[in-house]
Design a protein around this ligand. Sequence first.
Ligand code: PHE
Length: 452
Amino acid sequence: MASNNGSREQWSGKFGFILASIGSAVGLGSIWRFPYVTGENGGGAFVMIYVICVLLLGLPVLLSEIVLGRSTQRNPVGALRKQAPNTPWFMGGFIGIIASIIILSFYSTVGGWTLYYTWEAIANGFHQLSINGIEAKFGSFISNPATTVIWQALFMLLTMGVCIFGLQNGIERTNKFLMPLLGLMLIILVIRAVTLPGSGEGIRFILYPDWSSVSITTIFEALGMAFFSLSVGAGTMITYGSFLSKKESVPSAIGNIVLFSTLVSLAAGLAIFPAVFSLGYEPNAGPALVFITLPSVFAQMPIGSLSAVLFFFLLSMAALTSSISLLEVPLRYLEDEHQLNRKTGTILTGGLIFLLGIPSTLSFNILSDTKGLFGLTIFDSLDFLASNVLLPLGGLIVILFAGWKWGMNQVLREARGEDGKGLPAQPFWVFIVRWVTPLLILTVFAFQILSS
Ligand code: PHE
């Protein structure tokens, strides 16, 4: 896909694009972030609001981003500039670029954890450990500044390597096998988790909505989670859409992206919460949740050690296909707008993002007492700023642009491929894009600001 000579290579057809976009969407967001944010926000009710946010807010932004990218074949800033020259709309593109840089900075922290876990699983380091043993192991790993930074660096190097050598095509093809395998592993994990003794409470926790625990903050978190898990608001889908040939129609691609990312999130929740309750752990354990509960489930499975190796390897790959899409955003911008060659761009941006991510990694050890926004740790502050503020803001600008400035006729026409297949139920989507999505995002923002 990547090119060094300025001419744009394209995805190997719609299938390649769908795979790459699913690769971007499905990652740590669904498997690591969704379960712990659900745990911190009371369970079932959060899950329901999340699904509504995916459909009414995330999906329309996803549509607008892909269509915008495809029709202009440009990076987020260039795309908005091309469609609305001499207006401030391009600022929306910059918000996306900043969001993707911040997200990748703390994503690489957790990406490093997945690599370390793969390594530990290969060394059979989780074998027959109790949940307390695994918690202690995670604790001693996380408290070591040097080791955690080294694993983070390794994750960033892998990401940069793929972007420099333009291996997306290779990854695209490999993913054809790895993603279904990850899905299968999740299904096995769900089956094991829901059949653990005492798992009923966990199933109830994630499926039964307890509305009394819902506040405006819950909705705010669900909105951010929906955007994060679909990779929208960060310009990623504008960038990926820019590689999509005009021959292909967009709607079916969108359906697939939404379906897979949501299913993987739900499966991750169903694998984790029954285990949490069965093993007597805390659902609101925060970012460590998945890393402590899942090895415990593997420990209770036949061929558990092998399954753990496979699972954490697949999780690292899923993280990698998301991180390359995040790095691709600033890279594409620098290539398009500043004619920077790909190698220099990757080394510069990748290096900078790595440095930016170090404080996040250290916020689990030597910087754990350093507080950022609202008394949160550095890691949580950056996550809050990017996921809950910048992504919805970037998405809001794109959706307002699509609905009001560019115009829905244009969006609908551009969504069509050469086969003429367009979006079904068009009047419905026109109404959603113009009114429902922007007003809902604005309302959630307004209430959150008023209540804080
Ligand atoms: N969607 C990715 C995940 O779930 C993260 C991501 C967010 C990627 C925003 C690109 C843009 O892991």
